[in-house]
Design a protein around this ligand. Structure first.
Ligand code: COA
Length: 322
């Protein structure tokens, strides 16, 4: 029982939808410009009283149902987020409380849009070393809460949501390999300048919102997503032809298309939810995974490559048999 397999997936998107036509009323843009440059047509926005933990709980309950498990079966919770309900305690501990499965470790991981992939890598290591048997791994963000709605270069891209996976110990993979990376030199290409320790009132009024140098982020994202896919495949003596589905971070349609092209991957084998989800940060990969599982594209036995990329920069890949 030394591997971790995906026992079930779940996701949740808030009810409210913000369309490109809505954005035309808010900022100087056009729906055509947004679709052409990003592929996003609409995104979901959490209700004012709906928090990251609310989204995480709904996605988690769906993943548990899909796995045929009760919350009490879970002995580890790891949750990727950049938009926790509180500075502390973590969302993971509050999710544990809501599910009523006390005692096992529960903690958040902060790797921005790579948060879920980081969480999967860590949960896999817990299970492989027999420190846990059944892990709930979640990516959840209310990222639109840290968006400056006057900044047309960022507000068009992001949405809210949550995705969850139940990992359980198994005799065969499951997760074949996972790899993480980071390079802190890129901090100011994508960041929120304000913070707990550096102070909220230090600088400008809008310092508590996401700032991004979009075209520079774009270039690093495409290069990195190609490189991490190749590295994990080469390390496991596989090629793109061995992968049934690539589930990348849903940053932007053009990033996905450019990555597929560079990898020599037919775009039909890349799960793309950009049009209706936008970039939901840590939720993006598990959301896309759950969509493709539930619509029947991903079948048991398929080989999956999950890829994350985000602020920091951070990145990671998980290679798995579903
Ligand atoms: N509507 C209309 N025009 C806009 C606009 C909008 N919403 N946002 C920016 N523009 C304008 C810019 O002001 C600029 O005008 P200028 O030439 O007069 O200065 C022009 O469009 C081109 O801007 P640029 O930033 O070069 O566009 P782009 O083709 O790089 O597209 C992004 C902008 C943000 C869509 C693109 O860079 C991107 O998606 N980057 C990656 C972002 C990302 O994925 N981040 C998360 C990673 S985890």
């Amino acid at each position: 029982m030394n591997y971790a397999r995906i026992a079930g997936t779940g996701s949740y998107l808030p009810e409210k939808i913000l369309t490109n036509a809505d954005l035309e009323q808010l900022i100087d843009t056009t729906a055509d410009w947004i679709v052409e440059r990003t592929g996003v047509e609409e995104r979901h926005i959490a209700a004012p009283d709906e928090t990251t933990c609310d989204l995480a709980e709904r996605a988690s309950r769906r993943a548990l149902d899909a796995a045929g498990l009760d919350p009490g079966d879970i002995d580890l919770i790891i949750l990727g987020t950049t938009t926790p309900d509180h500075i502390f305690p973590s969302v993971a501990t509050q999710l544990q409380h809501r599910l009523g499965c006390y005692g096992g470790p529960a903690f958040d991981v902060q790797a921005v849009c790579t948060g879920f992939v980081y969480a999967m890598d860590i949960a896999n290591r817990f299970i492989r070393t027999q420190a846990a048997k059944r892990a709930l791994v979640v990516g959840a963000d209310t990222f639109t809460r840290i968006i400056n709605w006057k900044d047309r270069g960022t507000c068009i891209l992001f949405g809210d949501g949550a995705g969850a996976v139940v990992l359980e110990a198994a005799e065969e993979p499951g997760i074949i390999d996972s790899r993480l990376g980071a390079d802190g030199r890129y901090k100011e290409l994508l960041w929120v300048p304000a913070g707990v320790s550096s102070g909220y009132e230090q600088t400008r009024q809008d310092a508590a919102f996401v700032e991004m140098r979009g075209s520079e982020v774009f270039k690093v994202a495409v290069t990195t997503l190609k490189e991490i896919a190749e590295q994990i495949l080469i390390a496991n003596r596989m090629t793109v032809a061995d992968v049934d589905w690539v589930i990348p971070h849903q940053a932007n349609r053009r990033i996905l298309a450019a990555t597929a092209k560079r990898l020599g991957l037919p775009e039909e084998r890349m799960v793309d939810c950009v049009r209706t989800h936008g970039n939901t940060s840590a939720a993006s990969v598990p959301l896309a995974l759950d969509v493709a599982v539930r619509d029947g594209r991903i079948q048991r036995g398929d080989t999956l490559l999950l890829e994350g990329f985000g602020g920091g920069f951070t990145w990671g890949a998980v290679l798995a048999k579903y």
